[in-house]
Design a protein around this ligand. Structure first.
Ligand code: GLN
Ligand code: ZN
Length: 768
């Protein structure tokens, strides 16, 4: 039996990559320094995995920003607008790469970044490849080969990881009409073949082709493309061992397709879909190796060895040890790096810590499972097995987890009012009267720059270098600054700025019972942005109000309305590590009840506009369409539980990013938020089309500028976007706001951008 890993976290155990990239971007570090840091991370990862005993260690799982962008650079899918970056000889390949990821503004040149979207149903974002009608591909970056050689030089024979050609095409976007991106397979394959050729020359034995789309619904064309692509690859390189990895769901109706592809090994996700094993074992072609993705790569619970061994033994009895590989279910990119670094028992109690495994521990679990399955019988191994059993028992019986009061509320959830008193058209009138807002109301999505200063206060508070009172005073000053700033530039509905929040989910998690925190459990979200997901381990409830103090303070400073700012139940669920001992729906309703109480507290405190962010509703959609309905039912209900307790006069907003709502517009309407703000600017307002086709009745704020890049939008471009919006949405329904929160931006660029935005609103009011 062999073990392998699909990918290791690349941020570094102390987020070294993030820090190095950000220093490089701001000109505080040289490219050489960035290279040294990244090389150290790669080597450390390889050595860690080698020391733990993994047979096939991945390479090219490292990325400066995103593995899909790496592929775009590899195959030379570089949109023409970056030619100027290439032409400037002072730019390196890495500068081009970062320009594609983040946009480029230099010496009068101003180029937008490529689009970014969620990686399947995870909270990781990838950079969307752009294809045009006559898209040409050619080998541009040799990163995959370079990293293979780098590892080889360090004495480690790795298994290079690439996004498979079909998934790569499916992840991309057609930037012109009249062609199907899958038809590009013939053009892109030669580049893959060239890469394989070079890898073969360097002695590669295994190559991992990530083809996660095999776990999704596929049409006939996609299926054909799979067959064509892998036949061609196999024809040219029959002796390179190809492992096709699928994850995030079962193969289901694509099982026979996957089996028909000429590869040496197939990886399946048994954490998400253990029930597929029987069908797989019953139909697996002779000789094909099966990689059992048995250790959950996306959650932090310890593996249950007893359960896993049953599955492994079942596989062994059907196809024999020699044809089995053991692995995590997916890349460990989605796991925090190392549980050993969690030494603060106040943050994470010993009891809870004992239930967890991060990436490094998961690698150890993979190796341990293999040894146990091979009936290796050493005292050390038996001890590990016993410890694993003890941890499972402790988690099942712990008093930390169960709260009878919360369970009682969930049993009675149907009695909770989940409809507003009046329909939207009536609420709109009442709100117009009480709020008195202008046409094209301007607002922002909530956060203002989280400067290093603001973050330093929090860190000083944690280290007890300042008192809670001193911290509070500092935050209040920052809130006051934000309020004055918004008043000065003429925003209509203000926000307090979210300075007290480390992160929109973590902040709430920290104040809810049943939720634990790591100190260092960072996971990459996009580029250099990392998040530290809360660990929902028990029944959730809200012991105290969570935001009222800050919102009321902000409101006390101004006559304008200040929006209360909350994170919605689905997003808290989706961006946390969630308990696996009860359905997600139940956990979500528990959170929804806590948010509902907070909404009502805000209303009582005189806050008239309350935003409940639900950026994760869409990404929470199950990967298979037939599972959507059940999810949407409880997800939308959770939002309504959270939001519908208020009076008609209270205006409920929601906010969502990456808002492709084509398939779920009815459900979005069912949420019945008075105002929805969405990310829209990069789509050139095309995302609004579905709202207009559907005749979406409530108010909408389509984002008028991209906040992921430091680029400052001009009034003119925002006016032109809004003119497009007016064509599809009645003016009285439109709000004006950026795409998302401004926490990652600096004050200077924020000020400039918002001044432009407000003047765009003024111009529009004059036009209409
Ligand atoms: N209110 C949050 C903010 O402004 C929303 C962030 C998000 O949608 N991701 O930062
Ligand atoms: Zn957003």
């Amino acid at each position: 039996m062999q073990t392998h890993n699909l990918g290791y976290p690349r941020i570094g155990s102390d987020r070294e990559l993030k820090k190095a990239c950000e220093k490089y971007w701001t000109g505080k570090a040289s490219v050489e320094e960035l290279m040294i840091t990244s090389k150290d991370i790669r080597h450390q990862n390889w050595i860690t995995q080698k020391d733990l005993g993994i047979d096939w260690i991945p390479s090219n799982d490292f990325s400066y920003y995103d593995q899909v962008l790496d592929m775009s650079l590899m195959v030379g899918a570089i949109p023409k607008r970056y030619n100027q970056v290439i032409l400037d000889k002072s730019n390196t390949e890495l500068d081009l790469y970062f320009a594609m990821a983040r946009g480029y503004q230099k010496e009068g040149i101003d180029i937008k970044a490529m689009e970014m979207t969620k990686w399947f149903d995870t909270n990781y974002h990838y950079i969307v490849p752009e294809f045009e009608n006559n898209q040409k591909f050619s080998l541009f970056s040799t990163k995959v080969i370079d990293e293979y050689l780098e590892a080889k030089k360090a004495g480690i024979k790795t298994k290079p990881v690439i996004v498979g050609p079909v998934s790569y095409l499916l992840l991309g976007k057609e930037k012109e009409e009249n062609f199907n991106k899958l038809d590009l397979i013939k053009d892109i394959l030669p580049v893959y073949l060239e890469i394989l050729h070079k890898l073969k020359k360097e002695g590669v034995e295994w190559v991992q082709f990530d083809e996660p789309f095999l776990a999704l619904d596929l049409d006939a064309k996609a299926k054909e493309t799979y067959q064509y692509a892998y036949k061609e690859i196999h024809k040219q390189f029959p002796y390179i061992n190809k492992i096709l990895t699928t994850y995030f769901d079962g193969l289901k109706d694509n099982l026979h397709l996957a089996f028909s592809l000429p590869v040496q090994a197939l990886h399946v996700d048994l954490a998400r879909c253990p029930e597929q094993l029987d069908e797989i074992l019953g139909n697996i072609p002779e000789k094909l190796l099966l990689s059992l993705g048995i250790v959950d790569g996306r959650n932090i619970w310890k593996n249950d060895f007893d359960k896993s061994l049953k599955l492994i033994h079942k596989a062994i009895s059907k196809i024999g040890e020699d044809r089995i590989m053991i692995a995590p279910s997916c890349s460990l990119l989605h796991s925090p790096v190392d549980l050993e670094l969690e030494t603060d028992t106040e943050a994470l109690s010993t009891e809870i810590k004992n239930w967890l495994a991060f990436a490094k521990q998961k690698i150890d679990e993979v190796v341990t499972l293999k040894r146990l399955a091979e009936n290796e019988n050493t005292p050390e191994l038996q001890k590990k097995l016993q410890e694993n059993k003890n941890a499972a028992t402790s988690r099942k019986t712990s008093t930390l987890i169960h709260n009878e009061k919360v369970k009682e509320k969930i049993r009675n959830i149907e009695k909770v009012e989940d409809k507003r008193h009046s329909v939207f058209s009536q609420r709109k009138k009442k709100q117009a009267k009480s709020l008195q807002l202008p046409l094209f109301t301007t607002t922002t999505i909530g956060s203002f720059p989280q400067t290093s200063e603001v973050r330093s206060w929090r860190s000083k508070l944690k280290k007890r270098l300042i008192t809670p009172l001193e911290y509070e005073e500092l935050i209040k000053k920052e809130i006051e600054k934000a309020i004055r700033f918004q008043e000065k530039i003429g925003i209509d509905v203000l926000v307090h700025g979210e300075f007290e929040r480390n992160d929109m989910v973590e902040y709430f998690g920290e104040q809810l019972e049943g939720v634990a925190f790591s100190k260092n459990g960072w996971v990459q979200s996009y580029g250099s942005r990392c998040v530290k997901p809360p660990i929902i381990y028990g029944d959730v409830f809200r012991p105290n109000s969570m935001t009222v103090k800050w919102s009321s303070y902000a409101q006390s400073l101004t006559k304008k309305h200040v929006k209360g700012m909350l994170t919605g139940p689905v997003t808290i669920l989706q961006w946390s590590f969630v308990r696996d001992d009860q359905p997600r729906k139940e956990t979500c309703f528990q959170i929804a009840l806590a948010i509902r109480e907070e909404v009502l507290d805000l209303e009582r405190a005189g806050i008239k506009v309350i935003q409940i962010d639900e950026p994760a509703i869409r990404e929470g959609l199950p990967l298979r369409k037939k599972d959507w309905k059940i999810y949407l039912e409880w997800a939308i209900k959770a939002f309504r539980i959270a939001s519908c307790g208020v009076k008609d006069q209270t205006q409920i907003h929601t906010h969502m990013c990456y808002s492709e709502f084509n398939d779920i517009i009815q459900n979005i309407a069912d949420m019945d938020a008075d105002v929805i703000t969405i990310e829209c600017s990069k789509s050139d307002m095309k995302l609004l089309n579905i709202f207009s086709e559907f005749k979406y009745p409530n108010d909408i704020g389509p984002g008028v500028y991209d906040i992921h890049s430091p680029r400052i939008p001009s009034k003119k471009e925002m006016v032109s976007l809004l003119q497009k919006a007016i064509k599809s949405i009645p003016v009285e329904q439109l709000w004006i706001n950026p795409d998302c929160g401004l926490k990652t931006r600096g004050w200077e660029e924020t000020e400039k951008a918002l001044i432009e935005m407000v003047s765009a609103a003024i111009e529009l009011r004059e036009q209409c």
